[in-house]
Design a protein around this ligand. Structure first.
Ligand SMILES: *Cc1c(COP(=O)(O)O)cnc(C)c1O
Length: 373
């Protein structure tokens, strides 16, 4: 029936998050139509990237914008741009950073799997602060003539041990060092598409395949024109470090359409719909022995959307959290939720299609009540 049946791959209900390993998000029909339309003709790819970038810049109130193959590729190209600029010889030389500005400053508390994208350009990571605290002087002392940029990671890692972003930008601006914000999962709120750059960050990088609901293989980079122009020459189709991270004409047009839709979307209605779902889930789940459900806000990425936090008391519920997660995954339909600690799941309405919230609740109730003796 579907392509997935044919391949023997079982579609699942994603009640976890916009996770790449589960397919990220689902594109709107308008996005797919634009991609189909774009697929029918040859164009000059650089001209299209500039035209799409101009529209994206206008839509997001930024000086310039660029479509990368995902936020992680945006991190690679942004790093290449601050290290090699637009100098053909430096671009050829990467990831050998000899003779170039080769230091990138990152809070120790911000270190995460995605900083591999920065490191692959060959730069040296200069960590500032500790797991629990960072002082302004830590940043001031770390800046020198080799500093190419300061990377700021916004998400679960932010806000515990770092300097405030305002402070980082203030110190960086004084030293004339660009601040680059990884904001991959930072919409909603939609205003974040312009907030970080209006605060003074040089670039902000978003995933196109998360809540923007664009193609999975896209990222949106917004900010300073000179840096984005350098990203272009460090990116495909030019022979450069970015050449393996090719963005196609279909993806460029698809992301533009997705951003247009996202800016027009009624974000308040969406949030209140999610609130209703979570409150309905919690009410029903709390009737079960050994199950404690409550609204959790904001979500793990810091987005202002609610999830249901569900704690399982294995002795009373008659099954452990892990048994519940497996039963959800192995049942029909298969359902993915997020696990936390040893006894907790988070159930997220953000990635559900219409009607799936009821399916998720019914499966949770069926699995958890069947266990009772
Ligand atoms: C998801 C994510 C990325 C990677 O985004 P892609 O578009 O999948 O490349 C990078 N950084 C952070 C903080 C993320 O959450």
């Amino acid at each position: 029936m579907s392509i997935y049946d044919e391949l023997g791959v079982r579609p699942l209900i994603n009640a976890s998050a916009t996770l790449t390993r589960l397919g990220g998000s689902v594109m709107a029909p308008e996005v797919l139509e634009a991609m189909t339309e774009a697929s029918k003709h040859f164009i000059n790819l650089d001209e299209l990237q500039r035209a799409v970038g101009n529209k994206l810049a206008e839509l997001t109130h930024n000086e310039s914008a660029y479509v990368s193959t995902g936020a992680a590729a945006g991190l690679v190209l942004a790093t290449a741009a601050v290290v090699a600029g637009s100098d053909p010889q430096a671009i050829q030389q990467l990831p050998d950073c000899t003779g170039l500005k080769n230091e990138v400053i990152i809070h120790k508390s911000h270190r995460n799997g995605y900083d591999h994208a920065v490191r692959q350009v060959g730069v040296k990571i200069i960590e500032i602060g500790t797991e629990t605290e960072t002082k302004a002087e830590d940043l001031e002392k770390a800046i020198n003539d080799s500093t190419a940029a300061i990377f700021w990671f916004q998400g679960a890692m932010t806000g515990h041990a770092d300097l405030p972003l305002e402070k980082v930008i203030e110190i960086a601006n004084r030293a004339n060092v660009p601040v680059i914000v990884d904001a991959a999962a930072q919409v909603p709120p939609v205003e974040n598409l312009w907030k970080f750059t209006q605060m003074g960050a040089a670039l902000a990088i978003f995933s196109g395949g998360k809540d923007l609901h664009g193609p999975q293989t896209t990222g949106l980079v917004v900010g300073r024109k000179d840096l984005i122009d350098s990203m272009r020459v460090n990116g495909s189709p030019n022979h450069s470090i970015g050449r393996p991270m090719k963005v196609g004409k279909e993806e460029m047009v698809g992301l533009l359409t997705a951003v247009q839709l996202y800016i027009q979307r009624d974000h308040e209605a969406r949030a209140s719909q999610d609130e209703e779902v979570v409150s309905g889930w919690c009410g029903e789940l709390n009737r079960l022995p050994g199950v404690q459900a409550e609204r959790s806000f904001p979500n793990e990425a810091g987005q202002p959307l609610p999830r249901a936090k569900v704690v399982i008391d294995a002795a009373q519920a008659g099954m452990s959290r892990d048994e519940l997660v497996l039963a959800l995954r192995n049942g029909t339909p298969s359902i993915e939720v997020a696990s936390s600690g040893t006894d907790t799941i988070y159930v997220n309405p953000m990635t559900l299609a219409d009607g799936e919230d009821q399916i998720v609740l019914d499966r949770l109730l069926a699995i958890l009540s069947k266990q009772r003796v």
